[in-house]
Design a protein around this ligand. Structure first.
Ligand code: CTP
Ligand code: MG
Length: 223
């Protein structure tokens, strides 16, 4: 599993890398890793912001328990895609299934990891958690509404996104454009991507409002 935590958190604007921002006494990365280690995964590679690898390692040691031998920390790149690539380069040769997870989805329940792993085990080359879109969506051009979009054919993609290792490696080797998620990159390489049920708690901490919500949830349900 690759946990990408190297982003700067521009939209959050907390004055430091987002993964190291606190939810309670513990950081976003700490909460994400607690849930990662509750799911079955062999190797876990944490992709850290440049210069903050030591802080990431501290969170790993605090959460991995007896699995700390299975964890590595590598330095991320300027884009998420480059950070994932850095994680991929650190995977052991014998890893056959790769999950890529956003540390920013700090409260993702372990059952979501299990659903993704099960879909890959059942033969899907790629599988991602999705949730229904609740808002009514419009297509706009400037200030003009040009079309309604049928909500029933839309879903919001979450992480962890799971892949057969050979499929993800090949897609990254051949990727030329920048994609917003790994599923789009793998789909562009011609592979089918399966959908499994996501979870509202797998929301991404992106804005200050998201951070407030994550802090409130952690305060309500202390782990
Ligand atoms: N990420 C990363 N390396 C990057 C950019 C993002 O590892 N160069 C990770 C983030 O740490 C996060 C996940 O990818 O866990 C999703 O990215 P996003 O929510 O966009 O985080 P940031 O890029 O940090 O935030 P922003 O776009 O607001 O700057
Ligand atoms: Mg970003």
């Amino acid at each position: 599993m690759i946990v990408v935590a190297a982003g700067s958190g521009t939209r959050l604007g907390a004055g430091g890398p987002k993964a190291l921002v606190g939810l309670d006494g513990r950081s976003i990365l700490h909460h994400a890793l607690e849930r990662v280690f509750a799911a079955p995964a062999a190797q876990v590679v944490v992709v850290a912001p440049a210069g903050r690898e030591g802080d990431a390692l501290t969170e790993v040691l605090a959460t991995a328990g007896d699995r700390r031998d299975l964890v590595g920390v590598v330095t991320g790149g300027p884009t998420r895609q480059e950070s994932v690539a850095a994680g991929l380069a650190a995977l052991w040769a014998d890893v056959e299934v790769v999950l890529v997870h956003d540390a920013a989805r700090a409260l993702t329940p372990p059952v979501v990891f299990e659903r993704v792993i099960d879909a890959i085990s059942a033969g899907a080359p790629a599988a991602i958690p999705v949730v229904p879109v609740v808002d009514t969506i419009k297509r706009v051009e400037g200030a003009e509404i040009v079309a309604a979009v049928d909500r029933s054919e839309l879903a919001a993609a979450q992480t962890p996104q799971g892949f057969r290792r050979d499929v993800l490696d090949a897609a990254y080797d051949s990727a030329t454009a920048d994609f917003t998620d790994d599923a789009a990159l793998v789909a562009a390489a011609g592979h089918e991507v399966a959908a499994v049920a996501g979870d509202a708690l797998a929301f991404k901490v992106t804005t200050p409002d998201d951070l407030d919500r994550a802090r409130a949830l952690v305060a309500e349900h202390p782990s």
